[in-house]
Ligand binder design. Structure first.
Ligand code: ADP
Ligand code: MG
Length: 697
């Protein structure tokens, strides 16, 4: 009788075939996006519980990262004033109790059941006397053993129906079955040169580390892999663009730009001059430009972009100028029309509000290749918009524009030059990681003639003073913004919160002589338009708004901005927001009011803004505090997220990965060598879309 064979598992085998899993549980894993053994092994722990830092609740001290073990004494969801549901669980051990507070996570009620034994790990907040958003785990027998032998216990992201223990056991079996069989995408030559562990060993140590040193080595190696793959894509893209040399040489001699310049009510700053030269020289060159024009809000990017565009127009080309919203597209159109007054510049605007007839006529002219500078939103990327002579695409505010959009543009003509205008002071690591060799022009100095901008952080109890101050500013003929954070995607709660605040202010006796208006994402386009125009024209004195004013609005008479629940914004976002005031010659004030649930640390963080106006310092602080994700819109970038690499801390590793990728692509531009087969397969697996887009055509 033949022996019964255990099925031989490969990295690509389904989790279902692991010992103790089966189809029902496999479906649960699938909810986490985990199908194959490799998926499971790439599901790195999100944290580790460190048994060496266990303390009694009575011995908790603020500011130390520690772990506490106890039972759930009490747990409840809490509805907050702003309409969010938070969760609080009180944990008890023999020495005392400690509340743990979780923002916006009502579903934790399923985990923190009364009497359950849990381990929570985090920091005691001094002011609040509680742990805020700690890491946690429901304790089971197996964990206890591990905890008591003092090891690092991995904490994996879970889903309903899979316990921590179940996850760890599946991971352990997957490690045994397949860890050493996954082809390593980092070629041996690279591993050797950079002192990196092999893949199998790293996976074993990331999930079940022997100690801190092993964990650090594993993490370094896996983070390197992420960065190396990303940089390989960048290098392949760069080479493809260079070799084909498909850019256009698309700049005229500059007389059109000169005509517009001659009529400007100001002279360009030295920074603007230099940036313009850099851009125009890129337009002249035959390789495609991909350049970032970086400068704080109010630094004068628009006019630089316009003058550059005129060079392309003069040479008979088309230029698309994309703004993030319809309002801003129209506003840019108005601004550019003003700046071009007296010169013959074919300007056009295309938005959802453009009447059908006008729209058809414009589309026909564009399709016929007529030279034009056309403003709009991403709707310009729509396939119905044909731009056969598109030479330059200008994108205002990079963080809403991704790899995919760039590629869509490339399909409209030959590869157009791309100029991205941004006030987001992107740290160098991020530009390197996401764009490879993106060129950057910077506007550092602000145009002359601006008033001072003072930023203050004030507790909610100061609100009456803020209103008094506002009333005085309004009485002096100035205008004010009151900004509320985005609460949810889709904006229903946000709209409600904004409405409530609007009513409070509109009916406030101190503000009664003035007109208060409301602007939020759920208003109809015409209504938004009307409010914006009213504010710009000074008919409206106070604009209560959500983040729709984040970019582009230019109302020099606005001298006060009040930001509520300010801790919910990133520092960079706040820095951009406050750029909406301080545009005129008068002194301006920005008041940041943290919400009632803001932590001490969050308040301190806001102080950075009262101390500095250096956008780069602010961005670096933000990157350290919040990570790049939401801030710079990783998701929208069209690139996979980095799981382990941390762009705030891994700059050196990024440089190493970049050098390695460059050398490798240099030596083997099509990844044809056998030693690079695993790398190629991994790139195709993870970066199919960006790769295809990058190498498109
Ligand atoms: P941003 O960089 O935020 O897009 P804008 O291009 O909107 O800034 O410029 C802000 C304001 O500064 C505009 O009103 C613009 O006309 C004005 N401006 C631009 N350049 C100069 C300059 N060199 N001197 C004086 N004012 C300028
Ligand atoms: Mg702008």
């Amino acid at each position: 009788m033949p022996a019964v064979k255990e099925p031989r598992l490969e990295a690509a085998s389904r989790i279902q075939f692991l010992r103790g899993v089966g189809p029902t549980r496999a479906a649960l894993f699938e909810r986490l996006g985990l199908v194959t053994l490799e998926d499971l092994l790439r599901h790195y722990p999100r944290a580790y519980l460190d048994a060496r830092r266990f303390v009694r609740i009575a011995d908790l001290r603020p500011g130390e990262l520690v772990t506490v073990e106890g039972r759930v004494k009490h747990a409840a969801a809490l509805r907050t004033r702003v309409g969010r549901t938070d969760f609080v669980a009180t944990i008890e051990d023999a020495s005392g109790t400690i509340p743990c507070y979780f923002f916006g996570q009502p579903f934790l009620a399923r985990t923190f059941r009364h009497g359950a034994r849990v381990v929570v790990s985090g920091e005691l907040d001094a002011l609040e006397g509680r742990m805020l958003n700690p890491m946690f785990e429901v304790v089971e027998g197996e964990v206890e053993e591990r905890l008591h032998v003092g090891r690092l216990v991995p904490v994996h992201a879970l889903t309903r129906g899979i316990t921590a223990r179940g996850m760890r056991s599946a991971v352990r079996h997957a490690l045994e079955a397949a860890a050493t069989r996954i082809p390593d995408p980092v070629p041996e030559e690279v591993r050797r040169a950079h002192g990196l562990l092999g893949l199998g060993e790293s996976l074993a140590q990331i999930h079940l580390p022997d100690d801190d040193a092993h964990l650090a080595d594993a993490r370094r190696r896996l983070a390197f892999e992420e960065l190396f793959l990303l940089q390989s894509v960048m290098e392949l893209r760069r080479r493809a663009l260079q070799q084909e040399g498909r850019g256009l040489s698309s700049a005229g001699p500059g007389s059109l730009a000169a005509a517009v310049r001659a009529k400007l009510p100001f002279t360009l700053t030295a920074d603007q001059e230099r940036a313009l030269e850099e851009i125009v020289s890129d337009l002249r060159a035959s390789h495609p430009m991909h350049r970032l024009l970086l400068g704080d809000v109010g630094s004068g990017k628009t006019v630089v972009a316009l003058l550059a565009a005129l060079h392309a127009i003069e040479a008979g080309h088309q230029v698309a100028f994309m703004a993030p919203t319809e309002i801003l597209a129209r506003q840019h159109f108005a601004t550019l029309t003003g700046l071009c007054a007296g010169a013959e510049v074919p300007l056009a605007v295309l938005t959802a509000a453009t009447p059908a007839k006008e729209r058809r006529a414009l589309l026909a002219r564009l399709d016929a290749g007529e030279a034009a500078l056309v403003l709009g939103t991403h709707a310009l990327l729509d396939e119905k918009v044909k731009l056969p002579r598109l030479a330059l695409a200008i994108v205002d505010e990079q963080h809403r524009f991704g790899v995919r959009q760039r590629a869509t543009l490339a399909q409209k003509s030959v590869i157009p030059d791309v100029l991205v205008l941004t006030a987001t002071p992107i740290p160098r690591t991020l530009t390197l990681a996401w764009y490879g060799d993106l060129d950057v022009s910077r506007l550092r100095a602000r145009p002359p003639g601006r008033g001072r901008l003072v930023t203050r952080v004030a507790g909610e109890e100061k609100f009456p003073h803020v209103i008094d101050f506002m009333a005085r500013e309004l009485a002096a003929g100035r205008q004010a913004f009151v900004v509320l954070p985005l609460i949810e995607e889709g904006g229903r709660l946000e709209a409600r919160a904004a409405e409530a605040e609007f009513e409070r202010l509109a009916s406030h006796p101190r503000l009664s002589p003035h007109k208060v208006a409301l602007l939020h994402g759920r208003l109809k386009a015409e209504d938004k338009q009307a409010v914006m125009e009213g504010f710009a024209a000074g008919r409206i004195q106070v604009l209560v708004t959500t983040t729709v004013v984040e970019v582009g609005v230019d109302v020099p008479n606005a001298t006060l901005m009040v930001v509520e629940n300010a801790e919910r914004f990133g520092l960079t976002q706040l820095h951009q927001l406050r750029g909406r005031v301080g545009r005129g010659a008068a002194r301006s004030v920005c008041v940041l009011i943290p919400g009632p649930t803001a932590t001490t640390r969050a308040r301190e963080r806001l102080d950075v803004l009262s101390r500095t106006e250096d956008g780069f310092a602010i961005a670096e602080a933000d990157l350290e505090l919040r990570g790049p994700g939401e801030l710079w819109g990783t998701r929208q970038s069209g690139l996979p997220r980095l799981k382990l690499a941390d762009l705030a801390r891994d700059e050196a590793l990024l440089e190493e990965a970049r050098a390695a990728a460059r050398a490798l692509v240099e030596a083997d531009p099509w990844l044809q060598q056998g030693a690079h087969a695993a790398l190629k397969a991994a790139l195709i697996g993870q970066y199919r879309e960006p790769l295809e887009l990058a190498l498109a055509g």
